[in-house]
Design a protein around this ligand. Structure first.
Ligand code: ZN
Length: 238
C-alpha cells in the first residue's frame, strides 16, 4: 500500500502521529542532551530540532502559496536554509522546544483550514519538483519519522506505520533508479524480492530482512537486524 493511496484525512493523521512520536523522543531528552550528536554527521540534536521546526514553517509557506496563488518558496535558497539551521542551533533548549511545538501546531492549523480546492494546487518542493499541496502530508511524514530516529535516543523504524515504511522504500529506490545507482542490487523483504535496477548487470548483492531493517539500511541509518547484506553500503539517497 502506498501512502498517497490513503484518504487525505488518514495521511494527515499519520503525519500527526509522526509529530507526536518525534515530540515524545524530544521530551525524553534533557536540555543538556540537546547538545549531543545525532545520527546525521555534523548535526547536534539542536540542529536537528531546528531543522524539523523550520521544515514545518517551510511547508506552511507552500500551503499559503496553494491557498492564495501567490508564489512563496519553501526556502529562499540552499544557503538561507543552512544558515537558518545554524542559527537555530544556537538557541536555548527551551526556545527550540517551543519553536518545534509552535511550528508543528501552525502546520497542523494550515492543514485544517486549507480550502478544499487548494489541495490540488501545484507548489514547488525544495528540490524543485512541482507537486499538489496534498503532497505536504507525505513530505512531513518523511521528516518527522526519520528524524525521530536520528535523535538517537531510542526511536526505531519498527515503530513506524507499515505504510510509511513501504513508501519510504519506494522513494529511496526511485531516487537510486533516477541516479542509476544500485546496479546489481536485490532487496528481499519478507516474501517480496525486487531488483533495484531493471535490465541492469547480473545480481551481485542481496540485502534481506524485515521491512523496517531494509528501510533502515536503505536510508543510510545502519545495517542492524538485516538477515543478509549487512556488510554492504547502500547507494546514497538524499
Ligand atoms: Zn530533513
Amino acid at each position: 500500500m502506498a501512502f498517497n493511496e490513503l484518504d487525505l484525512a488518514e495521511r494527515l493523521n499519520i503525519a500527526r502521529e509522526g509529530t507526536a512520536y518525534f515530540a515524545e523522543r524530544l521530551a525524553m531528552l534533557s536540555d543538556a542532551d540537546l547538545s549531543g550528536p545525532t545520527l546525521l554527521e555534523g548535526w547536534t540534536r539542536k540542529h536537528l530540532v531546528a531543522h524539523v521546526a523550520y521544515n514545518a514553517a517551510a511547508l506552511c509557506r507552500i500551503l499559503d502559496w496553494a491557498a492564495t496563488g501567490i508564489e512563496t518558496p519553501m526556502y529562499e535558497s540552499v544557503e538561507q536554509r543552512a544558515r537558518e539551521i545554524e542559527e537555530g542551533a544556537t538557541l536555548s533548549a527551551g526556545s527550540l522546544r517551543k519553536l518545534f511545538s509552535e511550528r508543528s501546531a501552525q502546520l497542523d492549523e494550515k492543514w485544517r483550514t486549507l480550502p478544499d480546492a487548494a489541495w490540488d494546487s501545484e507548489v514547488r518542493t525544495a528540490q524543485g519538483r512541482m507537486v499538489p499541496a496534498s503532497e505536504t502530508a507525505w513530505m512531513r511524514n518523511r521528516e518527522v519519522w526519520l528524524h525521530a530516529v536520528d535523535l538517537g535516543n531510542g526511536g526505531r523504524f519498527e515503530d513506524f506505520p507499515e505504510v510509511v515504511l513501504d513508501s519510504l522504500l519506494d522513494d529511496i529506490v526511485a531516487m537510486w533508479r533516477r541516479r542509476g545507482e544500485g546496479a546489481g542490487l536485490i532487496l528481499e523483504v519478507g516474501d517480496r524480492r525486487f531488483v533495484v535496477v531493471e535490465d541492469g548487470p547480473p545480481v551481485t548483492d542481496t540485502v534481506a530482512g524485515s521491512l523496517a531493517a531494509v528501510v533502515r539500511w536503505a536510508s543510510g541509518r545502519g545495517a542492524r537486524g538485516l538477515a543478509a547484506g549487512s556488510e554492504l553500503q547502500p547507494p546514497r539517497w538524499l
